[in-house]
Design a protein around this ligand. Structure first.
Ligand code: CA
Ligand code: CA
Length: 205
């Protein structure tokens, strides 16, 4: 049958095995009130969401978290992952990366399995003919501490250029990308790690 038989977020307490029987796999269930129905998720961290489905082919899944707590699962900004159907009971999962600085607190998470609908087009609220929806609460906690980059090295210095490198201190260092990283100014304290920069002497403005 088409159903969500198990939801798990690896490394957390959330592990809910409902099996494939018709009951309790009704079309919609809000699972709450037990430790294995919830998870604590740290910001700026990647989690693996594992979902098992019934044996029927053509089942597709998508997962959302209402990060901004407005009662709406925005797509794609709040869709943490999706996966197309396969000819296997074990559908597998996908990594879900939490933003660096999301609002912390308790958020609603929605897991949907829909038959014969492309996974990346599944609507979080629309009514479908076959499938199952399970809701959970997850708690988003602050990101880990962010130590400053270290191991700063300068080499290949010439009259007007030098190569700089350093070791990233945390995920924030790794997320700082783009032109902002390339401007050496006091307010840019998190340059891109692992990249080579050439500083060229110029006239002051
Ligand atoms: Ca279920
Ligand atoms: Ca929302």
């Amino acid at each position: 049958m088409t159903s969500i038989s198990e939801v798990e977020i690896l490394g957390t307490t959330l592990l809910n095995n409902t099996g494939t029987a018709t009951s309790p796999n009704i079309s919609y269930t809000y699972y709450t009130g037990q430790p294995n129905y919830t998870a604590s998720l740290q910001a700026a961290t990647t989690y693996q969401i594992e979902i098992t489905i019934g044996s029927f082919t053509g089942q597709n899944i998508a997962v959302w978290i209402d990060f901004n707590e407005n009662g709406v699962f925005e797509t794609p900004s709040e869709r943490v992952g999706w996966r197309p159907g396969e000819y296997s009971v074990r559908l597998g999962g996908f990594p879900a990366h939490l933003a660096l600085q999301p609002h912390t607190g308790v958020k609603r998470m929605r897991v949907r399995e829909v038959w014969s609908t492309a996974a990346n087009t599944i609507d979080p609220c629309a009514t479908y003919g076959w499938g199952e929806t399970e809701d959970y609460d997850v708690t988003v906690t602050p990101p880990p501490p962010c130590p400053a980059p270290s191991g700063f090295l300068a080499g290949n210095a010439s009259g007007s250029t030098a190569d700089l490198s350093w070791v990233a201190g945390c995920v924030r260092n790794q997320l700082e990308r783009g032109m902002g990283c390339c401007r050496v100014r006091p307010r840019h304290r998190y340059p891109c790690p692992g990249k080579r920069y050439s500083l060229r002497a110029g006239s002051a403005r």
